[in-house]
Design a protein around this ligand. Structure first.
Ligand SMILES: Nc1ncnc2c1ncn2[C@@H]1O[C@H](COP(=O)(O)OP(=O)(O)OP(=O)(O)O)[C@@H](O)[C@H]1O
Length: 769
């Protein structure tokens, strides 16, 4: 400004000059400069604004204690392209600091670094004298209210529930929360508090988001574009409220906006461009310096000046220097001028720290999140019932489909022992009668027709053709004179009999053995049939039927039943496997949903730690796992008659532990996946090797030796062994086959938690670094 008036001159063809005294600048003037800048000087309404009263306020402002001090901060997302470029900024206590700047200039990044969500590559940030993110800094935490640019709210909660949730997180009493809610609803003209956030308009959602940041009445408010989508009247009242907060409570506010003129109500304006602060001045001094009543032309001019200076610098430097040596132009100049507030008192965080014990804080956080999780889950009735019933449905389907004897199996018969035109007639029981003719018919008669469906063929050639065509699983052939040969063989005692008799007394089988289960079933059925046929023959002919027995005696089993099927082996571990899988999926999805909708970050900004989030989710998921376990075992007991021989409580405890293990894996997956599909694929990739190798489907002894060692370290192997031991053998916790299942699952949960916390730490350091 020249002594004679306002004279703005800039470089590179931007020539602005007002050759008149300031007091003459009373009438609106429009000046179009060389850069096409439109400037309006309307000091009619702005006269008071530029008065001495305001200037003296600014002078006072600089003497106030410093709430936020940012020095020489550099931050890169991409190497070589600084998002924050040696940025300096000072925010005094009880002031509104407006950050202006074009889209992408780094405002949000600067705010994130200020509240400790991101770290900087170099430089120093102090908030109330502490490094943000440091222990006891209170930032992120209860000292800061942050309104992110995105909505970041739970759509299925009502406004009331949402404010109650954040109230609890911030350790507010119920009365306090109610009072603040009432006030904020009135101030921000929010809809009725029972309205769900998901049903609100974009502008209403933003106001709710604003209300959340104002709720705890923190000493520091960081608001990223709070007035976007808000009508002018409401915008006015929001600003009035901020001004009131600042003057009454000495709240410090940093706000970003694209509505430049809003910034008039702030105490300080910081104009950012390309990661640098071009100017840090009060709106009044800016208006006065540029002799205009509007801020937008000043912002435009400063940006253009900066562009022009950069261009000039590049041109000059092209001649004799490298690009790196280009000075920071306006920002450097401004930084030198404005950042001399080193002597100011720096606010101490102790001033704001309320004496609240760590335990009480953790309790508040846990209670709030458990309540919120319960509300979110219970809101979606359909999904909840699906979640609870799915393991039981899966177990039912498995029990129905797996482990039953395959039947009836089509099988061929070629009987050369009898006249084919007169195949076997039913022999009946003929108990006590020694029938030694048509023995083949007696054998066929003993075959259980519900298991084997017989088809008769005139010759082996035709039966084989049918077998090759896949119409039958095999055929049996009784050779000619089978009855005589068999009788001779059976009655020869210790005498030798010729090879012809031996061969002629065998039933010949030829089969398709591609299915192990079917082949095993057929061999067992035909073996059992032979035994009952022999016993019948021996009995009828006056011999001891025990001669038909294999000379081995099997005592009754100590555990289980010789007739038990595959289902009895599979069912307990199957339920365990399903209870492991579903929590992996649901918790990884929830984690990603919270990340994507920004609510996880918002919860962290409220000072909640990762382990608390994990613990709260574990509690709500445990209730679901409990219901899933109860329903799964109830259906298995009632429908499939699988009884639990041991302690039901022990089975439930192990199932819950496995469910928690699933929740923890889910969180681990959710921590490093960005999309739901990635998480779903990874969940399956984690689950299936576990399911297959953990001896859930097939005995571990069936695995190659080297895989067996590997299988023992998997999370579900010993647990599955344990659950089988409890259900089928009735063993107690102290049995060496039972407690390791609990111990290993517990150890795995601890390992998942540690890994998740480490991962969170790394990602947050990377996010910050
Ligand atoms: N996580 C990230 N990874 C990589 N680049 C990022 C990331 N976040 C922001 N950026 C980039 O950093 C620059 C500054 O972004 P930032 O969000 O801070 O700008 P802004 O001034 O807040 O913009 P707007 O006014 O549009 O919100 C942009 O170029 C943006 O693309």
């Amino acid at each position: 400004m020249s002594e004679s008036g306002v004279k703005l001159t800039s470089v590179n063809n931007v020539n602005l000059s007002f050759d008149m005294e300031p007091e003459k600048l009373q009438l609106p003037q429009i000046i179009i400069n060389d850069c096409g800048l439109l400037m309006q000087n309307d000091l009619k309404g702005g006269g008071d604004f530029l008065g001495t009263q305001i200037i003296s306020k600014y002078e006072k402002l600089e003497q106030r204690p410093v709430a936020i001090r940012i020095r020489n901060v550099v931050k890169y997302y991409q190497p070589g392209v600084p998002t924050l470029d040696h940025l300096n900024m000072t925010v005094h206590e009880g002031t509104i600091y407006t950050l202006l700047g074009s889209s992408g200039c780094g405002k949000t990044t600067l705010l994130s670094c200020t509240i400790g969500l991101q770290n900087v590559d170099s430089g120093d940030i102090r908030v109330f004298g502490c490094e943000p993110g440091a222990k006891e800094s209170g930032v992120p935490g209860k000292l800061v209210g942050y309104m992110p640019q995105e909505i970041s709210l739970y759509p299925s909660l009502s406004i009331q529930e949402l404010l109650e949730y954040y109230g609890m997180l911030y350790g507010m009493s119920d009365d306090e929360t109610q009072e603040r809610t009432k006030f904020l609803i009135q101030l921000l003209e929010l809809p009725v508090p029972s309205r769900r956030v998901g049903t609100l308009s974009g502008g209403q959602k933003r106001r709710v988001s604003f209300a959340v940041s104002l709720l705890p009445d923190p000493p520091l408010l960081i608001l990223d574009e709070p007035t976007v989508g808000v009508d002018p009247l409401l915008r006015e009242s929001i600003w009035d409220h901020l001004v009131d907060l600042v003057s009454r409570k000495k709240t410090t506010v940093i706000i970003t906006t694209h509505y430049v003129e809003e910034a008039r109500k702030s105490d300080m304006i910081g104009l950012m461009r390309n990661g640098r602060l071009l100017v840090e001045k009060s709106p009044q001094s800016l208006l006065e310096e540029h002799s205009t009543a509007l801020l937008s032309p000043i912002v435009l001019k400063l940006c253009r000046d900066d562009s022009c200076m950069n261009l000039q610098a590049i041109t000059n430097n092209n001649k004799n220097t490298t690009l790196n040596a280009i000075p920071n132009n306006l920002s450097m100049m401004n930084n030198k001028i404005n950042f001399n507030s080193g002597e100011n008192e720096v606010l101490s965080v102790q001033r704001y720290t309320r004496n609240i014990s760590k335990a009480k804080q953790t309790k508040n956080h846990l209670m709030a999140m458990i309540k919120k999780n319960t509300m979110l889950i219970s809101r979606n009735y359909l999904f909840l019932s699906f979640l609870i019933c799915v393991p039981a449905i899966q177990a039912c389907l498995f029990c129905l489909a797996v482990g039953n004897d395959p039947k009836p199996l089509p099988f061929g018969v070629v009987n050369e022992d009898v006249n084919i035109t007169h195949p076997c007639l039913p022999t009946g029981e003929d108990e006590g009668v020694c029938l030694i003719e048509n023995l083949s018919c007696q054998y066929i008669d003993k075959i259980p027709i519900d298991h084997i469906s017989l088809s008769f063929y005139p010759s082996a050639k035709e039966a084989k053709e049918s077998l090759l065509m896949g119409r039958i699983w095999g055929y049996m052939m009784f050779p000619q004179n089978y009855s005589q040969n068999f009788f001779l063989r059976a009655t020869s005692g210790s005498q030798f009999f010729d090879n012809e008799t031996f061969a002629g007394s065998n039933i010949i089988f030829e089969m398709d053995a591609t299915s192990k289960q079917i082949t095993a079933t057929l061999i067992k059925v035909f073996g059992d049939t032979y035994k009952s046929f022999s016993q019948h023959l021996l009995r009828g002919c006056g011999y001891d039927e025990r001669l038909a027995d294999v000379p081995m005696q099997f005592l009754p089993p100590v555990y289980g039943d010789y007739s038990a099927g595959f289902r009895d082996f599979l069912a307990p571990s199957l339920v365990l496997g399903i209870l492991f899988f579903f929590p992996i999926l649901s918790s990884s999805m929830q984690c990603i949903r919270e990340k994507k909708q920004g609510t996880l970050e918002r919860t962290e900004i409220a000072g909640v730690r990762t382990w608390e989030i994990l613990a709260a989710y574990s509690v709500t998921e445990s209730v679901i796992v409990l219901l899933q376990t109860a329903l799964g075992f109830l259906i298995m007991a009632v429908v499939f008659q699988i009884s639990v021989k041991g302690s039901v409580a022990l089975v439930v405890a192990l199932c819950m532990l496995i469910g928690l293990s699933g929740v923890s894996v889910g969180f681990l997956i959710g921590s490093f996946c960005r999309e739901e599909t990635e998480a779903a694929l990874l969940s399956m990739a984690v689950f299936f090797p576990n399911f297959i190798l953990a001896g859930m489907f097939w005995p571990l002894e069936g695995l190659p030796r080297i895989l067996q060692y590997f299988a023992y370290v998997l999370p579900c192997t010993l647990a599955s062994d344990s659950v089988r031991s409890i259900v089928n053998r009735g063993w107690g916790f102290t049995h060496p086959k039972v407690w390791p299942g609990f111990a290993v699952t517990f150890a795995w949960i601890a390992a998942y938690w540690i890994l998740t916390l480490i991962l969170q730490k790394i990602t947050s350091v990377r996010r910050r670094g």
